[in-house]
Ligand binder design. Structure first.
Ligand SMILES: *Cc1c(COP(=O)(O)O)cnc(C)c1O
Length: 497
Protein backbone atom coordinates (compact mmCIF):
# COMPACT_ATOMS: atom_id res chain seq x y z
CA UNK A 1 0.00 0.00 0.00
CA UNK A 2 1.15 3.51 -0.80
CA UNK A 3 0.17 6.97 0.38
CA UNK A 4 -0.81 9.85 -1.86
CA UNK A 5 -1.09 13.56 -1.16
CA UNK A 6 -4.57 15.11 -1.25
CA UNK A 7 -3.07 17.95 -3.28
CA UNK A 8 -0.99 15.84 -5.66
CA UNK A 9 -2.15 12.35 -6.59
CA UNK A 10 1.22 11.64 -8.21
CA UNK A 11 2.90 11.58 -4.82
CA UNK A 12 3.47 7.94 -3.94
CA UNK A 13 5.23 7.20 -0.65
CA UNK A 14 5.40 4.35 1.85
CA UNK A 15 3.68 4.60 5.22
CA UNK A 16 7.08 5.09 6.87
CA UNK A 17 7.76 8.08 4.62
CA UNK A 18 4.28 9.53 5.22
CA UNK A 19 4.55 9.16 8.99
CA UNK A 20 8.12 10.48 9.28
CA UNK A 21 7.30 13.46 7.09
CA UNK A 22 3.88 14.29 8.63
CA UNK A 23 2.56 16.52 5.86
CA UNK A 24 3.23 16.44 2.12
CA UNK A 25 5.52 19.12 0.66
CA UNK A 26 2.64 20.48 -1.44
CA UNK A 27 0.68 21.22 1.75
CA UNK A 28 -1.63 18.23 1.22
CA UNK A 29 -2.33 15.40 3.65
CA UNK A 30 -1.27 11.79 3.14
CA UNK A 31 -4.06 9.30 2.45
CA UNK A 32 -3.88 5.55 1.77
CA UNK A 33 -4.05 4.67 -1.93
CA UNK A 34 -6.80 2.19 -1.11
CA UNK A 35 -8.75 1.39 2.03
CA UNK A 36 -8.02 -2.19 3.15
CA UNK A 37 -10.99 -4.47 3.83
CA UNK A 38 -11.62 -6.79 6.73
CA UNK A 39 -14.11 -9.65 6.68
CA UNK A 40 -16.82 -10.70 9.15
CA UNK A 41 -14.53 -13.61 10.05
CA UNK A 42 -11.79 -11.14 10.94
CA UNK A 43 -14.22 -9.23 13.15
CA UNK A 44 -15.22 -12.43 14.90
CA UNK A 45 -11.61 -13.47 15.44
CA UNK A 46 -10.77 -10.03 16.82
CA UNK A 47 -13.44 -10.45 19.48
CA UNK A 48 -11.16 -12.94 21.26
CA UNK A 49 -8.02 -10.83 20.96
CA UNK A 50 -6.46 -8.34 23.39
CA UNK A 51 -6.41 -4.68 22.38
CA UNK A 52 -2.72 -4.77 21.36
CA UNK A 53 -3.41 -7.82 19.16
CA UNK A 54 -6.36 -6.09 17.50
CA UNK A 55 -4.15 -3.05 16.96
CA UNK A 56 -1.34 -5.12 15.42
CA UNK A 57 -3.85 -6.75 13.06
CA UNK A 58 -5.28 -3.43 11.81
CA UNK A 59 -1.85 -1.79 11.53
CA UNK A 60 -0.62 -4.67 9.38
CA UNK A 61 -3.24 -3.64 6.80
CA UNK A 62 -2.10 -0.01 6.65
CA UNK A 63 1.62 -0.14 7.43
CA UNK A 64 2.45 -2.77 4.83
CA UNK A 65 6.12 -1.69 4.73
CA UNK A 66 6.54 -2.41 8.47
CA UNK A 67 7.65 -5.89 9.54
CA UNK A 68 5.58 -7.82 12.04
CA UNK A 69 8.34 -7.25 14.60
CA UNK A 70 8.30 -3.51 14.02
CA UNK A 71 4.53 -3.33 14.44
CA UNK A 72 4.67 -5.43 17.62
CA UNK A 73 7.41 -3.19 19.02
CA UNK A 74 5.24 -0.07 18.53
CA UNK A 75 2.00 -1.64 19.77
CA UNK A 76 3.49 -3.37 22.82
CA UNK A 77 5.30 -0.26 24.02
CA UNK A 78 2.20 1.92 23.70
CA UNK A 79 -0.79 -0.16 24.75
CA UNK A 80 0.24 -1.47 28.16
CA UNK A 81 -1.28 -1.06 31.58
CA UNK A 82 1.77 0.99 32.50
CA UNK A 83 0.34 3.76 30.33
CA UNK A 84 -3.39 3.05 30.63
CA UNK A 85 -5.41 2.56 33.79
CA UNK A 86 -7.29 -0.41 32.31
CA UNK A 87 -5.97 -3.59 30.76
CA UNK A 88 -8.61 -3.22 28.05
CA UNK A 89 -6.97 0.13 27.06
CA UNK A 90 -10.41 1.56 26.27
CA UNK A 91 -13.72 0.63 27.88
CA UNK A 92 -17.21 0.18 26.52
CA UNK A 93 -19.84 1.23 29.09
CA UNK A 94 -23.59 1.06 28.63
CA UNK A 95 -25.34 4.44 28.87
CA UNK A 96 -28.79 2.91 28.41
CA UNK A 97 -30.15 -0.07 26.52
CA UNK A 98 -28.48 -0.28 23.10
CA UNK A 99 -26.36 2.84 23.58
CA UNK A 100 -22.71 2.45 24.56
CA UNK A 101 -20.01 4.89 25.62
CA UNK A 102 -16.63 4.12 24.09
CA UNK A 103 -14.34 5.50 26.82
CA UNK A 104 -11.14 6.61 25.16
CA UNK A 105 -9.70 8.48 28.13
CA UNK A 106 -7.99 5.80 30.21
CA UNK A 107 -4.50 6.93 29.12
CA UNK A 108 -1.95 9.14 30.93
CA UNK A 109 -3.52 12.52 30.05
CA UNK A 110 -7.18 11.47 30.42
CA UNK A 111 -8.31 12.34 26.87
CA UNK A 112 -8.74 10.28 23.71
CA UNK A 113 -5.62 11.80 22.14
CA UNK A 114 -3.56 9.32 24.19
CA UNK A 115 -4.93 6.46 22.08
CA UNK A 116 -2.84 7.74 19.17
CA UNK A 117 -0.15 9.79 20.87
CA UNK A 118 1.12 6.98 23.06
CA UNK A 119 2.03 5.06 19.92
CA UNK A 120 2.98 7.89 17.53
CA UNK A 121 6.54 8.40 18.86
CA UNK A 122 7.25 4.70 18.22
CA UNK A 123 5.70 4.91 14.77
CA UNK A 124 7.74 8.00 13.91
CA UNK A 125 11.09 6.79 15.23
CA UNK A 126 10.59 3.37 13.60
CA UNK A 127 9.60 5.07 10.35
CA UNK A 128 12.60 7.37 10.26
CA UNK A 129 14.92 4.42 10.91
CA UNK A 130 13.25 2.49 8.10
CA UNK A 131 13.87 5.23 5.58
CA UNK A 132 17.46 5.70 6.80
CA UNK A 133 17.08 9.19 8.11
CA UNK A 134 19.81 9.94 10.54
CA UNK A 135 18.08 13.18 11.45
CA UNK A 136 16.66 14.17 14.76
CA UNK A 137 12.87 14.61 14.52
CA UNK A 138 11.45 17.94 15.69
CA UNK A 139 7.77 17.76 16.55
CA UNK A 140 5.70 20.96 16.37
CA UNK A 141 2.20 20.86 17.82
CA UNK A 142 -0.65 23.35 17.77
CA UNK A 143 -3.15 22.40 20.44
CA UNK A 144 -6.61 23.33 21.59
CA UNK A 145 -5.69 21.72 24.90
CA UNK A 146 -5.65 17.94 24.85
CA UNK A 147 -3.30 17.16 21.97
CA UNK A 148 -0.49 19.23 23.47
CA UNK A 149 -0.32 17.39 26.74
CA UNK A 150 -0.85 13.99 25.13
CA UNK A 151 1.97 14.67 22.65
CA UNK A 152 4.30 15.91 25.39
CA UNK A 153 3.67 12.74 27.42
CA UNK A 154 4.17 10.54 24.37
CA UNK A 155 7.42 12.16 23.20
CA UNK A 156 9.05 13.15 26.49
CA UNK A 157 12.61 11.85 26.57
CA UNK A 158 12.10 9.67 23.48
CA UNK A 159 15.54 9.44 21.94
CA UNK A 160 16.03 11.22 18.62
CA UNK A 161 13.07 13.56 19.13
CA UNK A 162 12.40 17.08 20.36
CA UNK A 163 8.92 18.55 20.84
CA UNK A 164 7.45 22.09 20.94
CA UNK A 165 3.83 22.83 21.79
CA UNK A 166 1.84 26.03 21.14
CA UNK A 167 -1.52 26.69 22.78
CA UNK A 168 -3.97 29.64 22.62
CA UNK A 169 -3.40 31.63 25.82
CA UNK A 170 -7.09 31.90 26.73
CA UNK A 171 -8.31 28.83 24.89
CA UNK A 172 -7.54 25.97 27.28
CA UNK A 173 -8.86 24.98 30.70
CA UNK A 174 -6.86 25.65 33.89
CA UNK A 175 -6.22 21.96 34.29
CA UNK A 176 -5.03 21.62 30.68
CA UNK A 177 -2.72 24.59 31.15
CA UNK A 178 -1.31 23.15 34.36
CA UNK A 179 -0.80 19.80 32.66
CA UNK A 180 1.26 21.40 29.90
CA UNK A 181 3.23 24.05 31.78
CA UNK A 182 4.46 21.50 34.35
CA UNK A 183 5.59 19.01 31.70
CA UNK A 184 8.72 17.08 32.57
CA UNK A 185 11.39 15.92 30.13
CA UNK A 186 14.61 17.28 28.63
CA UNK A 187 13.39 17.47 25.03
CA UNK A 188 10.18 19.50 25.55
CA UNK A 189 9.12 23.17 25.20
CA UNK A 190 5.69 24.75 25.74
CA UNK A 191 4.56 28.25 24.72
CA UNK A 192 1.28 30.21 24.84
CA UNK A 193 0.32 32.41 21.87
CA UNK A 194 -1.94 35.46 21.76
CA UNK A 195 -4.58 34.08 19.42
CA UNK A 196 -6.98 31.16 19.06
CA UNK A 197 -6.39 27.54 18.02
CA UNK A 198 -6.67 28.28 14.31
CA UNK A 199 -3.94 30.91 14.67
CA UNK A 200 -1.71 28.35 16.37
CA UNK A 201 -2.44 25.73 13.72
CA UNK A 202 -1.87 28.15 10.84
CA UNK A 203 1.39 29.26 12.45
CA UNK A 204 2.63 25.69 12.71
CA UNK A 205 1.56 24.88 9.15
CA UNK A 206 3.41 27.97 7.89
CA UNK A 207 6.62 26.97 9.68
CA UNK A 208 6.35 23.43 8.32
CA UNK A 209 6.14 24.64 4.73
CA UNK A 210 8.75 27.41 5.09
CA UNK A 211 11.66 26.28 2.89
CA UNK A 212 14.10 28.67 4.59
CA UNK A 213 13.42 27.05 7.96
CA UNK A 214 13.61 23.61 6.37
CA UNK A 215 17.08 24.33 4.96
CA UNK A 216 18.27 25.67 8.28
CA UNK A 217 17.07 22.51 10.03
CA UNK A 218 18.53 20.23 7.42
CA UNK A 219 21.97 21.85 7.74
CA UNK A 220 21.83 21.04 11.44
CA UNK A 221 20.76 17.43 11.14
CA UNK A 222 17.15 18.11 12.07
CA UNK A 223 13.80 17.56 10.37
CA UNK A 224 10.20 18.49 11.20
CA UNK A 225 7.40 16.08 11.73
CA UNK A 226 3.88 16.56 12.99
CA UNK A 227 1.99 15.07 15.90
CA UNK A 228 -1.24 16.83 14.91
CA UNK A 229 -3.97 14.72 13.40
CA UNK A 230 -2.74 15.73 9.97
CA UNK A 231 -0.11 12.99 10.50
CA UNK A 232 -1.29 9.60 9.22
CA UNK A 233 0.37 8.05 12.28
CA UNK A 234 -2.22 9.84 14.39
CA UNK A 235 -5.18 8.73 12.34
CA UNK A 236 -4.40 5.04 11.85
CA UNK A 237 -4.43 4.25 15.61
CA UNK A 238 -7.86 5.87 15.89
CA UNK A 239 -9.39 3.50 13.35
CA UNK A 240 -8.49 0.62 15.63
CA UNK A 241 -10.80 1.45 18.52
CA UNK A 242 -13.86 1.66 16.31
CA UNK A 243 -13.13 -1.75 14.79
CA UNK A 244 -12.28 -3.04 18.25
CA UNK A 245 -15.51 -1.79 19.83
CA UNK A 246 -17.60 -3.42 17.09
CA UNK A 247 -15.88 -6.76 17.55
CA UNK A 248 -16.36 -6.44 21.30
CA UNK A 249 -20.10 -5.75 20.93
CA UNK A 250 -20.40 -8.87 18.77
CA UNK A 251 -18.35 -10.91 21.22
CA UNK A 252 -20.51 -9.75 24.17
CA UNK A 253 -23.66 -10.56 22.16
CA UNK A 254 -24.85 -6.97 22.27
CA UNK A 255 -25.18 -6.96 18.47
CA UNK A 256 -25.28 -9.65 15.79
CA UNK A 257 -22.35 -9.98 13.42
CA UNK A 258 -23.27 -7.79 10.44
CA UNK A 259 -25.75 -5.64 12.37
CA UNK A 260 -25.30 -1.94 11.67
CA UNK A 261 -24.47 0.55 14.39
CA UNK A 262 -24.43 4.35 14.55
CA UNK A 263 -21.24 6.06 15.69
CA UNK A 264 -21.43 9.47 17.36
CA UNK A 265 -18.31 11.62 17.66
CA UNK A 266 -17.81 15.01 19.33
CA UNK A 267 -15.86 16.72 16.58
CA UNK A 268 -13.32 19.50 16.20
CA UNK A 269 -10.55 18.88 13.70
CA UNK A 270 -12.54 16.01 12.09
CA UNK A 271 -9.82 13.45 12.92
CA UNK A 272 -11.73 11.18 15.26
CA UNK A 273 -14.85 10.98 13.10
CA UNK A 274 -12.75 10.48 9.96
CA UNK A 275 -11.22 7.44 11.66
CA UNK A 276 -14.76 6.11 12.15
CA UNK A 277 -15.39 6.68 8.44
CA UNK A 278 -12.28 4.62 7.57
CA UNK A 279 -13.50 1.87 9.94
CA UNK A 280 -16.77 1.83 8.02
CA UNK A 281 -15.00 1.67 4.66
CA UNK A 282 -12.87 -1.21 5.98
CA UNK A 283 -16.04 -3.21 6.49
CA UNK A 284 -17.48 -2.33 9.90
CA UNK A 285 -21.28 -2.18 9.41
CA UNK A 286 -22.21 1.45 10.13
CA UNK A 287 -25.57 3.11 9.54
CA UNK A 288 -24.90 6.81 10.29
CA UNK A 289 -21.80 8.67 11.36
CA UNK A 290 -23.11 11.40 13.62
CA UNK A 291 -20.96 14.51 13.78
CA UNK A 292 -21.52 16.57 16.93
CA UNK A 293 -20.28 20.15 17.25
CA UNK A 294 -20.48 22.88 19.87
CA UNK A 295 -21.42 26.51 19.04
CA UNK A 296 -18.54 26.57 16.56
CA UNK A 297 -20.87 24.73 14.21
CA UNK A 298 -19.04 25.17 10.92
CA UNK A 299 -19.17 21.38 10.32
CA UNK A 300 -22.89 21.14 11.05
CA UNK A 301 -23.56 23.73 8.38
CA UNK A 302 -21.11 22.15 5.98
CA UNK A 303 -22.50 18.63 6.25
CA UNK A 304 -26.06 19.97 5.89
CA UNK A 305 -25.47 22.39 3.00
CA UNK A 306 -22.18 21.49 1.30
CA UNK A 307 -20.93 25.04 1.89
CA UNK A 308 -17.91 25.39 4.16
CA UNK A 309 -17.76 28.93 5.49
CA UNK A 310 -15.40 29.86 8.27
CA UNK A 311 -16.40 33.53 8.16
CA UNK A 312 -18.34 33.53 11.37
CA UNK A 313 -17.99 34.38 15.01
CA UNK A 314 -15.54 32.25 16.96
CA UNK A 315 -16.86 31.10 20.35
CA UNK A 316 -14.80 30.09 23.36
CA UNK A 317 -16.88 27.29 24.86
CA UNK A 318 -16.78 24.83 27.76
CA UNK A 319 -15.66 22.16 25.25
CA UNK A 320 -12.43 23.92 24.18
CA UNK A 321 -10.95 20.98 22.27
CA UNK A 322 -13.75 21.46 19.75
CA UNK A 323 -13.35 25.24 19.39
CA UNK A 324 -12.13 25.04 15.82
CA UNK A 325 -13.23 26.74 12.60
CA UNK A 326 -10.89 24.97 10.20
CA UNK A 327 -11.21 21.20 10.44
CA UNK A 328 -8.03 19.98 8.73
CA UNK A 329 -8.97 16.34 8.30
CA UNK A 330 -12.03 17.16 6.23
CA UNK A 331 -9.58 17.48 3.35
CA UNK A 332 -8.93 13.74 3.49
CA UNK A 333 -12.62 12.88 3.40
CA UNK A 334 -13.26 15.21 0.48
CA UNK A 335 -10.33 13.76 -1.45
CA UNK A 336 -11.89 10.31 -1.19
CA UNK A 337 -15.38 11.59 -1.99
CA UNK A 338 -14.44 13.60 -5.07
CA UNK A 339 -12.78 10.61 -6.76
CA UNK A 340 -9.24 11.55 -5.68
CA UNK A 341 -9.38 14.67 -7.81
CA UNK A 342 -6.34 16.56 -6.50
CA UNK A 343 -7.04 19.60 -8.72
CA UNK A 344 -10.48 19.92 -7.18
CA UNK A 345 -9.02 19.75 -3.67
CA UNK A 346 -6.42 22.41 -4.51
CA UNK A 347 -9.21 24.64 -5.82
CA UNK A 348 -11.45 24.24 -2.75
CA UNK A 349 -8.64 24.68 -0.27
CA UNK A 350 -7.09 27.69 -1.95
CA UNK A 351 -10.56 29.20 -1.92
CA UNK A 352 -10.71 28.41 1.81
CA UNK A 353 -7.34 30.11 2.30
CA UNK A 354 -8.33 33.16 0.21
CA UNK A 355 -11.96 33.75 1.12
CA UNK A 356 -12.57 31.38 4.02
CA UNK A 357 -15.17 29.55 1.98
CA UNK A 358 -15.83 26.82 -0.59
CA UNK A 359 -18.77 24.82 -1.87
CA UNK A 360 -18.55 21.15 -2.86
CA UNK A 361 -20.23 19.58 -5.88
CA UNK A 362 -23.74 18.10 -5.84
CA UNK A 363 -22.32 14.57 -6.06
CA UNK A 364 -20.22 15.12 -2.93
CA UNK A 365 -23.18 16.74 -1.15
CA UNK A 366 -25.28 13.65 -1.82
CA UNK A 367 -22.67 11.30 -0.36
CA UNK A 368 -22.21 13.51 2.71
CA UNK A 369 -25.97 13.38 3.36
CA UNK A 370 -25.98 9.62 2.99
CA UNK A 371 -23.04 8.92 5.30
CA UNK A 372 -23.35 11.64 7.94
CA UNK A 373 -25.81 13.33 10.23
CA UNK A 374 -24.66 16.57 11.81
CA UNK A 375 -25.88 18.61 14.73
CA UNK A 376 -24.63 20.99 17.39
CA UNK A 377 -25.49 22.33 20.82
CA UNK A 378 -24.49 25.34 22.91
CA UNK A 379 -22.97 25.45 26.40
CA UNK A 380 -26.33 25.65 28.18
CA UNK A 381 -27.59 22.53 26.40
CA UNK A 382 -24.26 20.79 27.06
CA UNK A 383 -24.55 21.42 30.80
CA UNK A 384 -28.19 20.34 30.86
CA UNK A 385 -27.13 17.12 29.14
CA UNK A 386 -24.39 16.42 31.72
CA UNK A 387 -26.95 16.79 34.51
CA UNK A 388 -29.54 14.68 32.75
CA UNK A 389 -27.18 11.76 32.04
CA UNK A 390 -25.89 11.84 35.60
CA UNK A 391 -29.36 11.96 37.16
CA UNK A 392 -31.04 9.42 34.90
CA UNK A 393 -28.21 7.02 33.95
CA UNK A 394 -25.62 7.67 36.69
CA UNK A 395 -23.13 8.38 33.91
CA UNK A 396 -20.80 11.35 34.26
CA UNK A 397 -19.83 12.91 30.92
CA UNK A 398 -17.17 15.50 30.33
CA UNK A 399 -18.20 18.62 28.40
CA UNK A 400 -17.09 17.27 24.99
CA UNK A 401 -18.76 13.90 25.40
CA UNK A 402 -21.97 15.64 26.53
CA UNK A 403 -22.12 17.50 23.20
CA UNK A 404 -22.14 14.13 21.46
CA UNK A 405 -24.81 12.69 23.75
CA UNK A 406 -27.05 15.75 23.27
CA UNK A 407 -26.72 15.71 19.48
CA UNK A 408 -27.44 11.97 19.52
CA UNK A 409 -30.59 12.53 21.60
CA UNK A 410 -31.74 15.16 19.11
CA UNK A 411 -31.01 12.77 16.23
CA UNK A 412 -32.98 9.97 17.83
CA UNK A 413 -35.93 12.22 18.52
CA UNK A 414 -35.92 13.69 15.04
CA UNK A 415 -35.47 10.46 13.09
CA UNK A 416 -36.91 7.80 15.41
CA UNK A 417 -33.83 5.70 14.55
CA UNK A 418 -33.16 3.20 17.35
CA UNK A 419 -30.15 1.50 15.70
CA UNK A 420 -27.66 0.47 18.37
CA UNK A 421 -25.16 3.22 18.90
CA UNK A 422 -21.59 3.81 20.05
CA UNK A 423 -20.79 7.29 21.38
CA UNK A 424 -17.15 8.33 21.63
CA UNK A 425 -16.46 9.44 25.22
CA UNK A 426 -13.42 11.59 24.66
CA UNK A 427 -12.25 12.94 28.03
CA UNK A 428 -12.43 12.24 31.73
CA UNK A 429 -14.92 14.60 33.44
CA UNK A 430 -12.13 15.49 35.89
CA UNK A 431 -10.28 17.33 33.15
CA UNK A 432 -13.12 19.84 33.08
CA UNK A 433 -14.22 19.71 36.72
CA UNK A 434 -15.38 23.33 36.95
CA UNK A 435 -17.84 23.08 34.03
CA UNK A 436 -19.01 19.62 35.06
CA UNK A 437 -19.63 20.78 38.64
CA UNK A 438 -21.39 23.85 37.31
CA UNK A 439 -23.66 21.60 35.26
CA UNK A 440 -24.50 19.62 38.38
CA UNK A 441 -25.23 22.81 40.35
CA UNK A 442 -22.22 22.19 42.60
CA UNK A 443 -19.69 24.76 41.38
CA UNK A 444 -18.04 27.07 43.90
CA UNK A 445 -15.86 29.83 42.51
CA UNK A 446 -13.70 30.07 45.61
CA UNK A 447 -12.21 26.62 44.97
CA UNK A 448 -9.02 26.09 42.95
CA UNK A 449 -8.84 23.41 40.24
CA UNK A 450 -7.68 20.70 42.61
CA UNK A 451 -10.33 21.46 45.23
CA UNK A 452 -12.82 21.27 42.37
CA UNK A 453 -11.55 17.79 41.56
CA UNK A 454 -12.07 16.75 45.17
CA UNK A 455 -15.55 18.20 45.18
CA UNK A 456 -16.45 16.40 41.96
CA UNK A 457 -15.27 13.19 43.57
CA UNK A 458 -17.54 13.78 46.56
CA UNK A 459 -20.50 14.42 44.27
CA UNK A 460 -19.91 11.58 41.78
CA UNK A 461 -17.80 8.97 43.58
CA UNK A 462 -16.03 8.35 40.24
CA UNK A 463 -12.37 7.49 40.73
CA UNK A 464 -9.96 10.43 40.20
CA UNK A 465 -7.24 9.68 37.60
CA UNK A 466 -3.89 9.51 39.36
CA UNK A 467 -2.09 11.67 36.78
CA UNK A 468 -4.45 14.61 37.46
CA UNK A 469 -4.26 14.32 41.25
CA UNK A 470 -0.45 14.37 41.08
CA UNK A 471 -0.28 17.64 39.13
CA UNK A 472 -1.01 19.63 42.22
CA UNK A 473 2.53 19.49 43.54
CA UNK A 474 4.34 19.95 40.24
CA UNK A 475 6.39 23.03 39.46
CA UNK A 476 5.45 25.28 36.51
CA UNK A 477 8.35 25.13 34.05
CA UNK A 478 7.02 27.04 31.01
CA UNK A 479 5.77 30.63 31.31
CA UNK A 480 6.26 32.21 27.84
CA UNK A 481 3.39 33.97 26.02
CA UNK A 482 4.22 35.31 22.54
CA UNK A 483 2.55 37.05 19.58
CA UNK A 484 1.38 34.63 16.89
CA UNK A 485 3.78 36.29 14.46
CA UNK A 486 6.72 35.29 16.67
CA UNK A 487 6.21 31.52 16.49
CA UNK A 488 8.92 30.97 13.89
CA UNK A 489 11.41 32.91 16.00
CA UNK A 490 10.50 30.86 19.05
CA UNK A 491 11.09 27.61 17.19
CA UNK A 492 14.47 28.66 15.83
CA UNK A 493 15.57 29.98 19.20
CA UNK A 494 14.48 26.82 21.04
CA UNK A 495 16.52 24.78 18.58
CA UNK A 496 19.51 27.05 19.09
CA UNK A 497 19.52 28.14 15.40
C1 LIG B 1 -9.53 16.63 20.36
C2 LIG B 1 -10.79 16.38 21.08
C3 LIG B 1 -12.03 16.31 20.41
C4 LIG B 1 -12.14 16.55 18.93
O1 LIG B 1 -11.54 15.54 18.16
P1 LIG B 1 -11.13 15.81 16.63
O2 LIG B 1 -10.39 14.62 16.21
O3 LIG B 1 -10.30 17.05 16.64
O4 LIG B 1 -12.40 16.02 15.87
C5 LIG B 1 -13.14 16.00 21.16
N1 LIG B 1 -13.07 15.81 22.50
C6 LIG B 1 -11.91 15.89 23.17
C7 LIG B 1 -11.92 15.69 24.64
C8 LIG B 1 -10.74 16.18 22.50
O5 LIG B 1 -9.59 16.26 23.17
Amino acid sequence: MYYKSTRDSNVNVTSAQAIAQGISKDGGLFVPSEIPRITFDDIKTMGDMSYPDRAAFIFSKYLTDFSETEIRYCVDNAYTDKNFDTKNICELAQLFDGTYMLELWHGPTCAFKDMALQILPYLITTSSKKINLDKKVVILVATSGDTGKAALEGFKDVEGTQIMVFYPVDGVSKMQKKQMTTQEGENVAVCAIKGNFDDAQNGVKAIFTDSEVENELSKNGLMFSSANSINWGRLAPQIIYYVSSYSQLVKNEKIKLGEKINIVVPTGNFGNILAAYYAKKMGIPVNKLICASNSNNVLTDFLNTGVYDRNRQFYTTISPSMDILISSNLERLLYHLCGENDGQIREWFSSLADSGKYEVSDEVKAVLKEEFYAGFCDDIQTKACIKKQFDSHSYLCDTHTAVAVKVYEDYREKTGDTTKTVIASTASPYKFSNSVLDALGEFNSSLDEFELVERLYKVSNLEVPKSLAELKDKEVRFKDTIEKSDMKGFVLKSLGL
